[in-house]
Design a binder for this molecule. Structure first.
Ligand SMILES: C[S@@+](CC[C@H](N)C(=O)[O-])C[C@H]1O[C@@H](n2cnc3c(N)ncnc32)[C@H](O)[C@@H]1O
Length: 237
């Protein structure tokens, strides 16, 4: 398991009570003079939440305005839009691009992200994009799936790809996510199993075109694109 990144909250971006509330929410300390960190949550020039990173490059933030809605996206087809799927649990939400694509296609999406600071960036990005349609839940997806009070039609998994692969995310964002979240720690086959016990209609896993199926578990079918493959699994419930 990769070491957890050290995340701190900027001490000067907001009034003290807002800073303290954010620190409590994401479970990170407020920055102190000269403290060591990998990422600092701060208020961006437009008031949006962003994560300043140690390399001094462009901060990480959720910007859905640049994510073109693709109603005919391969993902939307894979998830089963028009085939009895309306509710989707995105178990590995990250920067929310895939959740956004599914929402734009008219699906009801719950987005789960285990890193609380990233879940907060996602909430902020969705708020700035003017949508309430995605519910964001922070925490480990296996636990959140077990807590669902009503079943979802589909569960979607997008575990972190290996370092050399292509992705829908811009290169810098992907590199930052990989550094800050760790690759290959994504609960793999256990998460797939939990998803298959929670979905009513299907589980969809995003893979590299040439990658083996997640955890070596054969899919019942696949949709192959140029840059990604979607593996489809039947429910086990
Ligand atoms: C490759 S990124 C997902 C990118 C996302 N599909 C998008 O469109 O932006 C994987 C994300 O899933 C999260 N993650 C991985 N395993 C998880 C788990 N078991 N529960 C919750 N989140 C998880 C990671 O923290 C990371 O942010």
């Amino acid at each position: 398991m990769a070491p957890m990144p050290r995340i701190v909250i900027c001490a000067t971006s907001w009034p003290p009570e807002t800073t303290a509330a954010l620190a409590a929410k994401v479970g990170a300390p407020v920055a102190t003079e000269g403290c060591d960190y990998d990422g600092m949550l701060e208020r961006g020039p437009d008031g949006g939440l962003q994560l300043a990173v140690r390399d001094g490059g462009r901060p990480l933030r959720v910007d859905l305005s640049s994510a073109r809605p693709r109603a005919d996206d391969l993902l939307v087809r894979a998830i089963g839009k028009g085939r009895g799927v309306q509710t989707v649990f995105d178990a590995t939400a990250g920067l929310g691009r895939d959740s956004w694509t599914m929402t734009q296609a008219g699906l009801d999406v719950t987005a789960c992200e285990r890193l609380p600071w990233l879940a907060e960036l996602l909430r902020d990005g969705l708020r700035r994009a003017g949508t309430e349609a995605v519910e964001v839940v922070a925490g480990e997806a296996i636990e959140r799936l077990a807590e669902l009070t009503s079943p979802v039609d589909a569960v979607y998994l997008d575990p972190m790809f290996a370092a050399h692969s292509k992705s829908a995310l811009p290169k810098r964002e992907l590199q930052l996510l990989r550094t800050l979240c760790g690759a290959g720690d994504d609960a793999g086959v256990e998460l797939l199993d939990a998803a298959r016990h929670s979905a009513r209609r299907r589980v969809v896993v995003k893979r590299r075109p040439s990658a083996p199926p997640l955890g070596g578990v054969p899919a019942s079918s696949s949709l192959q694109g140029n840059r990604v493959r979607f593996d489809l699994y039947t429910p086990l419930a």
